[in-house]
Design a protein around this ligand. Structure first.
Ligand code: TNX
Length: 553
């Protein structure tokens, strides 16, 4: 008997025996909501020794599931490659065989019947997301790190057919303002995977911290990764990110980066690295001040100089330096997109700099906006020549967009960019900035970003209401919207627990915005499904914002 028919048999057999529940309150609580989900009567029970059967392609996912299940249940889940003679009865089958690829690599089908569980998809990404849905069908304690006694490890029978709405379902973490260790990054990746978020945007360099080892320029991390004091009026004791000499900061070695990239890959998450240029670059310029217009000095400290730091656009050395940095970045990050920042460039230095003005003359550039565009285009050509795609914040649109560039729209520009054929990732400040307040009651919360007015208040209900596709957009152009992303900027964040408090559960709402069909968006149902997610966070030891957000009642 061939595999597909085995799967079909398992599926058909289960379906025939089961009835649908009518009431949605009895529906499983998966976030993000699957495209199609049908509850059935009966349940499947995990037992010690439950077999996980895999085809050759699904081995790694099978091992992932076995380990995850083992931690909380304490049971053993032997993983074996099916040899087609083994009955699926009582086992969990993960397979790519017999699933046509027509629906896309991230699609999957999950069937839970009283006798077997089958997860299938055309590729491993889909099978892996199917595993995440299965985990959410189990009691929340399944996410515990140690065996939990007295829990019935039962899964209510269900049939799920699922695929994402958008290809880019992102989360950005600013490790420049606050340094997160590689273990903390892995914790975020773990939670992202639970919500089928597949893009981790790693903001690796900013004004007050350069966080990635670059072999050719050791001073970037020797000097740029450490500052005197935590700054931002934060309590120094709120953080543990201090070096042996008491300075604040830290960085990832290239070995750390490779480890994290592999960890993300195993969870079907792509990492998009960001190296800020030409602005927000004071940390880099504190190490190599000769790349600025004035020659420095600069420091990565928070006090004093409010200038964000800008590379001199007149010096060829600036481009040479950044190209050498990106060459090492290409080697470490295999993904398609390379983020070059591009936001909030203070152009005052360029206005006063003879070399920048000379560059504008020779290149026929009318103003400093066009000089910024020249900068980004020049880097864009380099990135394209290495087979990658440049992505940058809204401001890369100023003075003309580089060819093939992707815009990350935080303050506009996206719609115009789409009009001229560019792709866009939507991350509008008002809906996607997880450093803003959870509610209007600022006194009840730790300091967050922004003051005065509802613009800065972002309850999860508002994230949930976010629609990445602008109203009235020509349907033909909508495919240029790759997806959306939530961003955590960390000026006012000094610890992992605080970061988690800012991110969750708002990121769960964004996961649903980016994965689930728009037509199924339902605030009350999301609220119902959120409750068990919070219990999952408790089991995971992940912190989250607990108060009922204003406006969600
Ligand atoms: C704007 S979004 C920034 C960040 C800040 C953030 C605070 C963007 C490209 N730039 O540098 O941290 O606002 O919300």
């Amino acid at each position: 008997m061939k595999y597909p028919s085995l799967i079909q048999l398992a599926t058909i057999g289960l379906l025939a025996a089961l009835n649908s529940f009518a009431a949605s309150a009895n529906m499983p609580a998966i976030i993000p909501l699957p495209e199609k989900i049908e509850a059935r009567a009966g349940e499947y029970k995990l037992r010690s020794g439950t077999r996980i059967l895999v085809d050759a392609a699904s081995r790694e996912t099978g091992e992932f599931l076995a380990q995850r299940l083992r931690r909380a249940t304490g049971y053993k889940f032997p993983v074996s490659t099916t040899d087609k003679t083994q009955p699926v009865k009582r086992a969990i089958l993960l397979t790519t065989e017999g699933f046509p690829s027509g629906k896309g690599a991230e699609s999957y089908r999950l069937t839970v019947g009283p006798d077997a569980i089958v997860i299938g998809g055309p590729g491993q990404a889909g099978v892996f997301w199917g595993v995440q849905s299965l985990l959410q069908l189990l009691p929340p304690e399944i996410f515990a790190d140690k065996p939990v006694k007295g829990v019935d490890w039962e899964v209510a029978c269900v049939q799920v057919e699922d695929q994402p709405r958008f290809a880019w379902r992102g989360f950005m973490l600013d490790v420049g303002r606050h340094f997160f260790t590689k273990e903390e990054i892995k914790q975020f990746l773990d939670v992202m995977a639970i919500y089928k978020l597949n893009t981790f945007h790693w903001h690796l360099a900013d004004t007050v911290g350069w966080r990635i080892e670059i072999k050719k320029y050791p001073r970037l991390t020797e000097v740029g990764a450490w500052r005197n004091g935590i700054g931002y009026s934060l309590d120094p004791k709120a953080s543990t990110a201090y070096g042996p000499d008491g300075r604040y900061g830290g960085f990832y070695t290239q070995a750390d980066i490779r480890e994290v990239v592999a960890y993300a890959q195993a969870r079907h998450i792509t990492i998009v690295p960001e190296i800020e240029m030409p602005g927000h670059s004071r940390a880099a310029l504190s190490a190599y001040p000769e790349l600025s217009c004035s020659g420095g000095p600069y420091s990565p400290d928070c006090s004093g100089d409010p200038d964000l730091g800008v590379y001199c656009a007149g010096k060829d050395e600036s481009f040479e330096f950044l190209q050498n940095v990106l060459t090492e970045i290409f080697d470490l990050f295999p993904g398609k997109y390379i983020h070059i920042g591009g936001d909030e460039v203070n152009k005052d230095h360029w206005k006063k700099c003879a070399l920048c003005q000379a560059r504008m003359k020779t290149e026929g550039l009318k103003n400093e906006e066009e000089l910024q565009s020249y900068f980004v285009r020049r880097m864009g050509k380099f990135i394209t020549s290495h087979g990658r795609t440049l992505i940058g914040w809204s401001e890369i649109c100023q003075g003309g967009l580089a060819q093939n560039a992707v815009v990350m729209d935080w303050i506009g520009g996206g719609v115009e960019a789409i009009g001229s054929g560019h792709d866009v990732v939507m991350t509008q400040e008002e809906f996607c900035y997880l450093d803003h307040w959870h509610s209007a009651d600022h006194d009840a919360e730790p300091r967050a970003f922004g003051k005065g007015g509802p613009k800065w208040d972002l309850p999860w209900s508002k994230v949930y209401a976010y629609e990445p596709v602008p109203a009235n957009m020509d349907p033909q152009l909508q495919s240029h919207i790759l997806g959306a992303q939530g961003n955590l900027w960390t000026e006012y964040i000094a610890s992992m627990r605080h970061a988690e408090y800012m991110v969750f559960p708002r990121l769960c709402a964004l996961a649903e915005v980016t994965w689930s069909p728009h037509a199924t968006r339902n605030f009350d149902d999301f609220k119902r499904r959120l409750q068990p997610q919070l219990e999952r966070f408790d089991s995971l030891g992940v912190n989250y914002h607990k108060d009922t957000p204003a406006g969600s009642e």
